[in-house]
Structures are given as structure tokens and as C-alpha cells.
Design a protein around this ligand. Structure first.
Ligand code: SF4
Length: 347
């Protein structure tokens, strides 16, 4: 390894001894808790993830507890955190660990990586933090720090660029201090070499940092592809009869297993006129009143435009596959954020 790389590693580790960033999962060796923390922290700010970590470790102190919990309950605990496939994968993988590994979290990197929902980053984090195995974590934080410090101007989201960052991260990893180093670079990326407003003025890397020296901090790392955002139009029919309403579990895609109202997805939001044509004459006659409210939610790849039609009925609706819920009991179910927002403000 070159002197330049050695200096980077030693400066980083030295810096990590000076910072005070306590987090409940920091320094622990329990692979199950480390796994929980890493999955919760994906796409989530530490401040937000902290409460979820405490909630999950309290509700499910052992991997068996998570494996044996009903998925509805797990999703309810996850509510508000988004990317619900993470919760479904956690639940599924907990069951695999119980069935295939007798409840003992695997300690081999290949076995860890083979588990559903665990990619190279999370596998490296668990392997290094729990077992001190020499695997380097490579996520957005790490890529940003490496790109800026070493002046790597290859886009990180193309295969050649990713390979470059992976190779550099593996090369500079101090094999006997993998846990300390991985934690240090993650902390450094999160608190000093931040995406916007990097704290270069007081940074210990400043003198040797390519981006700082070349005035390219804002430009690096380089991304080749722009994220495509798809707009989805959800027309929700909130059918209400007396103090009851009707919900259904979503069966597929990004909100799988969460509950929702009767949904008509279309290329546009509906007018009340269009809704009246959709309903049968008999259904329309059962309707006492209709109002609607529009809400939006931005996901990483989707822009959700939703119109909630509140439809008061004078007769119980005949709906298959829906469950009838007392309005005061809605909080027992897990809903997407946009539906919770509707329930909290307009229900
Ligand atoms: S000087 Fe700025 S860009 Fe360079 S490592 Fe430090 S914070 Fe990051």
C-alpha cells in the first residue's frame, strides 16, 4: 500500500478516537442486533432509525422472537420507515436463521451474504463488526470520502466505477482493525465529509484531499445516471358505513402486506363524475355523500399522487377480500405513510 493510502487510514482512525458519536449499536458484537441496525439505517437518518432500533430490539430481543412474530406485527413496528421490503426480508431471514442455522447467526461471510435482504455492504458490516473479519464496507458515505480524498472521477454507478471503489476500499482496509476502520469511515462520511456542506475547513484530511485541493468537493463523487421518477395515480375509495370502513392488504410491489382502502390505479386522478360512471346504479344509490382530498408522497423512484374519496354509504357494501374495521381501531393496522396521513388528518 502506498504511503498516501497508509496516511489516509491512520489519519482516519486517529480522528475516530476524538469523536463522540454514541449510538446504541456502536461497538456491540451481537450479529443479530448489528444486522437489525444496518437494515434499519439503510436509506434512513440515524436520528430516525434510533427509535426503530430500540423498538425492534425491545420487541424482539432474540432472532427467534422476530422469526415467530406475525408479519403484520413486524410491519406495524416498521410503519413510517418506508422501503417495507426491508421489514419483510428481516422477518423472512430471521425464520431462515432459526430453521437453517438453529437460531445462531452465521459467522461466515459467504453464509451471511447468502441471506435474503443482505447485500455486500450489510454483509461486510456484520462480518467486520461482529466477527472482526476483514471486509470493507462500501456505501454512499464511503464512496464519497474515497472519491473526494483520492480524486476518483469515475462514476460510481457504472460497473467500472463501482469496481474501482470496491477494489480501493478492500486494498486500504487494515485487516486487523476492520471494525474500527469501517466504523470510522462511516462516521467520517456522515459527520464531516457530508454530501452537501462538507466540513472541509476543520477537516483533518484537508491537506492531502484531492477534492479540497482542486476545489471539486461539490462535484465529487460523480454519478452517471439520473434516477428516473415515475408518477403513480392512486384513486382511493374510503368506503364508510356507520362507524365502519373497509381495508385490504396490498398483495404486491413496494407496499406489499400493508393495508389500504379500495384502490383504482389509473393514468390520472378521477373526478367525481368519472367515479359515478364507474359505480353501478345500485351502488350509486347507496351513496349518501362524497368528498375528496388530494395528498402526495415522494418515494425514491416514485411520485405518488393520491385522491382519497370519502364515500358515506347508507347500506353495508358487499366487498370480497376486504376486512371491516371499526374506525377507532385503524391504528392497529400498518398503512403506507400517505394513508396514515389521510387517517390522521381527514378521517
Ligand atoms: S477536506 Fe473536505 S472533501 Fe476532503 S475529506 Fe475533508 S471534508 Fe471531505
Amino acid at each position: 500500500m502506498t504511503k498516501e493510502k497508509e496516511l489516509f487510514v491512520s489519519t482516519l482512525i486517529k480522528w475516530s478516537r476524538t469523536i463522540d458519536r454514541p449510538m446504541p449499536w456502536k461497538g456491540i458484537k451481537n450479529p443479530y442486533f448489528i444486522w437489525l441496525s444496518e437494515i434499519i439505517l439503510q436509506q434512513t437518518r440515524v436520528e430516525q432509525g434510533m427509535n426503530y432500533y430500540l423498538k425492534f430490539t425491545k420487541a424482539y430481543p432474540k432472532v427467534e422472537d422476530l422469526a415467530n412474530a406475525p408479519i403484520e406485527e413486524v410491519l406495524k413496528h416498521w410503519e413510517g420507515l418506508g422501503y417495507y421490503s426491508r421489514a419483510r426480508n428481516l422477518h423472512h431471514t430471521a425464520q431462515i436463521i432459526v430453521e437453517k442455522y438453529n437460531g445462531i447467526f452465521p459467522s461466515n461471510h459467504a453464509d451471511i451474504l447468502s441471506l435474503k435482504g443482505i447485500g455486500p455492504y450489510t454483509a461486510a458490516a456484520i462480518a467486520s463488526f461482529a466477527y472482526d473479519l476483514p471486509y470493507a464496507v462500501v456505501d454512499g458515505n464511503v464512496i464519497r470520502v474515497l472519491s473526494r480524498y483520492f480524486g476518483i472521477d469515475t462514476a460510481f454507478d457504472i460497473p467500472a466505477g463501482r469496481k474501482k471503489f470496491d477494489a480501493l476500499a478492500a486494498e486500504i482496509l487494515p485487516k486487523n482493525q476492520s471494525a474500527i476502520y469501517n466504523q470510522a469511515i462511516m462516521d467520517f462520511g456522515a459527520t464531516v465529509c457530508k454530501p452537501a456542506a462538507a466540513v472541509c475547513s476543520s477537516c483533518v484530511m484537508q491537506k492531502k484531499c484531492c477534492a479540497y485541493q482542486q476545489d471539486k468537493v461539490e462535484l465529487w463523487p460523480i454519478k452517471a445516471n439520473k434516477t428516473k421518477v415515475e408518477t403513480k395515480y392512486f384513486n382511493y375509495f374510503v368506503l364508510a358505513y356507520k362507524n365502519k370502513c373497509y381495508i385490504k392488504k396490498r398483495e404486491n410491489d413496494f407496499w406489499k402486506d400493508l393495508y389500504e382502502f379500495y384502490l383504482m390505479e389509473d393514468k390520472q386522478l378521477w373526478s367525481i363524475d368519472k367515479l359515478s360512471k364507474f359505480a353501478t346504479k345500485e351502488e350509486w344509490q347507496r351513496t349518501k355523500a362524497i368528498t375528496f382530498i388530494d395528498l402526495t408522497q415522494k418515494l425514491s423512484h416514485r411520485d405518488i399522487q393520491a385522491r382519497f374519496f370519502t364515500i358515506e354509504l347508507n347500506k353495508k357494501p358487499a366487498l370480497h377480500d376486504f376486512i371491516e374495521v371499526d374506525k377507532s381501531n385503524m391504528s392497529k393496522f400498518a398503512f403506507p405513510k400517505i394513508i396514515n396521513s389521510y387517517i390522521e388528518n381527514y378521517f
